[in-house]
Design a protein around this ligand. Sequence first.
Ligand code: HSE
Length: 314
Amino acid sequence: MKISVKVPATTANLGPGFDCLGMALPIYNTITIEETVLPGTGVEINVLNDDSTNDDLLMEHIPMDENSIIYKAVELLYNSIGQTPSELKITVQSQIPIAKGLGSSASVIVGGLIAANELLGHPADEVALLSIATEVEGHPDNVTPAIVGGLVLTSLEDDGRVVYRKLEWPEEWSITVCVPDYELLTDISRSVLPKEVAREDAVFNAKRLAMFVQAVNTKDDELMRLALQDRLHQPYRMKLVPGLDSIIENLKHEENVLGCVLSGAGPSIVIISKKNDIEKIKTIVKNTWEAQNVKVNIMTLPIEKNGAQIINHE
Ligand code: HSE
């Protein structure tokens, strides 16, 4: 049997929603799991670029053996029904850039899990898939939208369950994703975060997250402008994302811009704006980053309403 799953990229946090807000975007990885016929061949994992050549950067950051996050996810699923994975060939066809804050690791975890679940005859329901994916990833804000699509508010509860609700993204607002030409690993980006924060900062974010949900539900530009701020992670990550402070500064007076936030752990940034003047916004970002010798790929994307989809089953 051979199963292929297409999984969207994701942008997490969206400013105030550290580890609990995430959104699916229309860039995809395809994960294929194939049963191999030769007994004792174990699990083989390959990562390929769009043009089907091996991706060196991916190979460097995603171990291709039992330490691989895909292997861990698949193994947890097999273990949950008392089995161990073997005789499997796993291939990742990669379009989501790695180490850019766009959920590439979440996508391979989710794709591996959903393909393996199909192969095994669906032992895991959505709740179980969310729990396993979150256990491997460490936080639910990328894996949840990768599984269910759309914009989600998601929480890992103490008992290991992931509870989420979808929010309806207003069509009036654009999402512009700016991907710089340097990488930042999530582990490094999380290592600079303090274990404890001041009460004022916790209250600041609690207010912003509540504003975010209300602003999205009522399409309130003014509230969204206040909501898209953060004191729990972005200030600490600024030094890892050269150019972010200047971009925020240079966009401050653009009246169509509602906010400029780090995408997940960075280094990509996401600009939420009204639909006018997108080209001007792109030019400002491009010029600001280029002045610091950073090349940038800028895409205005719709939200991806669908989560991971099985695209081939043979
Ligand atoms: N919420 C996570 C973080 C997303 O900010 O570290 C990273 O993928």
